[in-house]
Write a protein that binds this ligand. Structure first.
Ligand SMILES: Nc1nc2c(ncn2[C@@H]2O[C@H](COP(=O)(O)OP(=O)(O)OP(=O)(O)O)[C@@H](O)[C@H]2O)c(=O)[nH]1
Ligand SMILES: [Mg+2]
Length: 489
């Protein structure tokens, strides 16, 4: 029976099945699953006319296809953990949203051991940012020297003697130069993390001297011209001295902003409950149920999914897939598998297509997170959305008496609102053409806790709708679910 229900029985394990349908391997405490919710059980029971507990029977003829075919998470059944899988194209913000969830819902978001590792990651990042800055300094120095030489040769021809040596505003003294050479060599050899923890004791005075040097200050002013330097680097570099001290303890915000905190294959998970929003009033059990229900947010780096995302099979028991897209990718480029420079929004769309059509996720609900709304609001004002080929037909009619770009007075949507809704509809149409289902969408600012909280709660509602309203119509007006969440932040 268990085999027919689709329970993995390789190696002939012995299972104990309880009245509520939960089953455990003999001698083990962990519930492995619930047979009544399994599609196989329903099929076998229907075929053999076996009785099924009433709340698991699917006699309703109007069940949405999403619900019939999949294991329905039992929202009120305590002990069941509802799994949410968070994925997205590289740099879309999955790690940020994952860390944000930990900070939001866990009383101890990061253990002492994790904090120790994160501290080293942040300190290594600071050295790496300094290295990138020093590389920039070398480039600026060479450019300045080149210009100087040109000017000098001009002066020679006009008979005036040169006044300058080989120094420019970007030049540093021999001690700092030696340190800079060593740091760049260490970075190139990929051994930067090996210099810790000794680096924090030995090199901090040198870093302080370097950071206060006028050449570095001049380089830092031109940081926008250093492409390799991520925008988040400033947050850490401006506190470099404090961060590189042995007694530095990263704050939650430091951890949120830090790059490379999740493991190398990016697989991580956190179990949590949504906290109760207000004290439970008499008779209001909804909120109590909400706060008792357990969720597991699992994230995996796209890289860790293997060719054609074959490892997605591991996640067949999730109840919702959350796919994260960076809105600000529309004018950015990266290389695809064939080393071809491609627009990052298109690369993100490709991954989306692969995941939504993956056999493991047939009939699965998907929530699309359109992330980095803050960056997008700024960017869209001076870089047209049509820079991405997929968005070539975006021609919004903007009211001329728009009071301000982000102002929604008089119901005049801002350009960023029009553009983000347009992108949402693009993804919705694509999703529906591939799966015949409705895609849920939420706009989010990954660095803002309230925004991430609202989006994850939207995910919780989607799971709940499946549970509570099995005949909930999923063929609503395509904008409905966008509207329901777009303005929640
Ligand atoms: N401005 C802004 N930056 C964001 C937002 N969300 C994430 N970021 C930044 O975007 C960068 C990439 O975010 P990550 O969370 O590391 O993205 P990821 O999907 O884990 O990417 P990789 O693991 O590097 O492939 C980080 O520097 C984040 O701080 C957002 O909503 N707004
Ligand atoms: Mg990541």
């Amino acid at each position: 029976m268990l085999q027919l229900a689709g329970v993995q029985c390789a190696g002939n394990p012995h299972f104990w099945v309880n009245e509520d349908g939960s089953y455990q391997e003999e001698g083990q405490k962990n519930t492995r699953g619930y047979i009544w919710g399994k599609a196989g059980t329903k099929l076998v029971c229907a075929f053999l006319s076996l009785p099924v507990p009433s709340r698991y029977s699917t006699s309703c003829g109007f069940l949405s296809s999403n619900v019939v075919a999949r294991t329905v998470p039992d929202y009120t059944d305590h002990g069941v953990v509802h799994k949410l899988l968070l994925v997205g194209y590289s740099g879309s913000g999955t790690s940020t949203i994952f860390k944000q969830a930990k900070i939001l819902y866990k009383s101890t978001p990061f253990s002492e051991k994790e904090r120790g590792n994160i501290k080293l990651t942040i300190q290594t990042n600071v050295y790496a940012y300094l290295g990138i800055l020093l590389e920039g300094r070398e480039r600026f120095e060479e450019e300045s020297l080149g210009n100087l030489k040109k000017n000098q040769s001009l002066l020679y021809t006009t008979g005036t003697s040169p006044k300058h040596g080989n120094k420019t505003v970007y030049s540093i003294g021999t001690r700092l130069k030696a340190f800079s050479d060593w740091l760049l060599k260490t970075m190139v050899s990929g051994k930067l993390d090996a210099i810790f923890p000794a680096a924090t004791r030995e090199y901090t005075p040198l870093i302080e001297e370097l950071w206060n040097d006028s050449a570095i200050k001049a380089t830092y002013e031109r940081r926008n011209e250093i492409e390799m330097l991520p925008s988040v680097a400033s947050y850490f570099l401006e506190r470099a001295i404090q961060i590189l001290r042995t007694d530095y303890e990263p704050s939650d915000i430091d951890i949120l902003y830090a790059e490379g905190v999740t493991s190398s294959n990016g697989l991580a998970s956190v179990e949590f409950s949504f906290p109760q929003s207000a004290p439970v009033e008499a008779g209001d059990t909804d909120d109590l149920h909400d706060s008792l229900a357990r969720y597991e947010l699992i994230t995996i780096h796209a890289r860790g999914l293997g060719d054609n995302c074959k490892w997605l099979e591991m996640f067949e028991d999730v109840g919702l897939v959350i796919f994260c897209v960076s809105l600000s990718d529309y004018n950015q480029f990266s290389t695809d598998g064939n080393s071809c420079l491609t627009n990052k929004m298109i690369l993100s769309r490709k991954l989306f297509e692969t995941i939504v059509t993956h056999p493991t996720f047939e009939q699965m609900d998907f929530l699309l997170l359109l992330n980095k709304m803050d960056e997008f609001e700024e960017k869209i004002e001076h870089i047209p959305l049509t820079q991405c080929d997929w968005f070539s037909d975006f021609h919004p009619i903007i009211s001329h008496n728009r009071p301000g770009s982000n102002n929604n007075i008089n119901n005049n949507p801002s350009l960023s609102q029009l553009a983000s809704h347009y992108i949402a509809v693009k993804f919705k149409r694509l999703y529906s053409s591939l799966t015949g289902q409705n895609l849920y969408v939420s706009l989010v600012k990954g660095l803002e806790p309230d925004s991430v909280d609202a989006s994850l709660k939207y995910g919780k509602e989607i799971l709940k709708w499946n549970e509570e309203k099995p005949n909930f119509s999923l063929s609503d007006d395509s904008m409905h679910s966008i509207e329901a969440s777009s303005f929640s932040h």
